[in-house]
Design a protein around this ligand. Sequence first.
Ligand code: SF4
Ligand code: SF4
Length: 163
Amino acid sequence: MRTLNLFRGLFRRFRTLVLRREVEIVGQCRLCGNCCHGILLKDRGWLKRKRQFDKLCEREPAHTRFRITGKDHRGRLVFDCAMQGEDNLCTSYGERLPLCRNYPSKSLYYQGGWIGAECGFRFKSVTFRDVLLRRKQIRAPRFSDVLDQERERDLQQADKRTT
Ligand code: SF4
Ligand code: SF4
């Protein structure tokens, strides 16, 4: 499964590069609350031990809202959130963490992951098939984007020279 996700993620990145079409996240939240339990957390790598989680909480106390409920088949800690109300809604909506605000993120897509079927969001991507059947066109890079990239590269090279 892990290898499959890895290859799927690599393929998605390759396709994005070739077709120059970023994945889009479309839809809207149905307030089902499913993304607020069965959570996996990262602190550089996935958290697998309680002491890694304790360290994260020491550094970023906002994470103390998460409660370990077990481990998944890859040995990663699985969490629920104490801020989820009986109605499944977030009781700390204004202070929710970036990982909550950003769900579902494009990085999930590029890691080969999926959005749960119950979620109101979905990934929308252009496939090679779409292009072959002329349902979508390969999008040429915009001139201003190319200029931005060139400018960025010049700045990075200038930075390297001064360090
Ligand atoms: S799983 Fe999707 S629809 Fe459900 S609360 Fe999370 S973002 Fe909203
Ligand atoms: S802080 Fe709110 S949005 Fe984030 S996991 Fe907890 S209940 Fe869900």
